[in-house]
Design a protein around this ligand. Sequence first.
Ligand code: GDP
Length: 421
Amino acid sequence: MNDPALHIVMVGHVDHGKSTVIGRLLYSTHALPEGTIDKVKHIAKETGKPFEYAYLLDAFEEEQKQGITIDTTQLQFQSKKRDYVIIDAPGHSEFLKNMISGASNAEVAFLIVDASRGVEEQTKRHAYILHLLGIEKIYVLINKMDLVNYEQAQFEAVKAQVGDFLKTLNVTPSGYLPLSAYYGENLLSVSKEMPWYHGQSFIDTLDGIQPKDDLDQRPLRLPIQDVFKFDDQRIIAGRIEAGTLAKGDQVTIYPSGRQTEVAGFAHWAPKDAKTKATAGQSVGVLLKDEFFNQRGEIITKTAETQRPKVTTVLQTNLFWMGSAPLETGKTYRLKIATQQVAAKVLKILKVTDAGTLKAQAKPTNVQLNDVAEVVFQLEHPLVYDFFSQQPATGRFVIVDGYDVAGGGTVTEAYAGAEVPE
Ligand code: GDP
């Protein structure tokens, strides 16, 4: 059980069985608190409703929510091999916001499709967002196989339909699994109902996934969260998003490009980070020279190969969730890691309806649930990377007022004059 936890996300059209899959998984791996199932069965009986595994999830999430306001739930379970964290959120829009803002940080996604219904609008939209966010490992769970008599022909037909759609997004799924979440078929062991299926059960598929844990090997990205002054020392606090940092390292601070050396770590740094800190750790860093650093700057190592990009004109691929449309000329707040900058919409290059995949000619605004290529003019230089190289500095969120109105990934940057028509 020493493997690190794998973060997974499950998406799918409403009613295709997401909650049942999760409820069943938690139940079958004994992850639910004692008595939950009896309680839920009792309530179902009292109200005259048939028992649903999905209710287990509701009950569990209710309990987790007591006392804290969160719009994401992290559901944990264990297999024989490792711990898993499933990212879930109560409602459709909370879920989208959570995905877009990267709070979920999932490495692997499962797209759930009802075998009797096939691809529907939200199937497309969710797949589009996974693609937009650069989640590379996507498995397709073809659920409710019991409703189609566990027939291979129907599985193949839905598989082809999903495959064709994903191909339009340039996504090649890592695998397709037939499942009956309600009856637990193909969940923890290979189903006898589907002898034509020669793949692994759901849990064995999960256990076979290789996590991407190479963040330590990437160039250092330490976004500054805060700077504290104690006596005459300045302590720079932040979370190492990628790479490692040690005393004596030569570092460069972006966007200014000023260089200095790591003098040491604050006494409250994690025990194992006193001399060297790794990705995922929150640290307090002491620098040899003090430049009045501030929140939003990003510390990297000085070597040429470690350099991030800096720009004032940013091209993005974004998903829009704002109730008011995004419009050319309007200014929003754009956030990448701890950086925040006023961003004016310079150009909307392309708008696609994420449900129908229809592209609009000469778009003037971006409506709710649309995906768009948008160019922003930034008020001051911003440090960024491409998502595939550095997820934490390659993903952004747009804030309108107090709400997350959109987000996505950085695709290009321009020196100004070369912005495309
Ligand atoms: P969600 O909206 O995607 O979370 O869907 P739910 O998990 O709430 O499931 C919607 C309905 O489909 C519920 O009535 C479930 O009992 C039912 N359902 C889910 N999985 C299966 C399955 O494998 N077989 C059958 N027959 N029904 C299922």
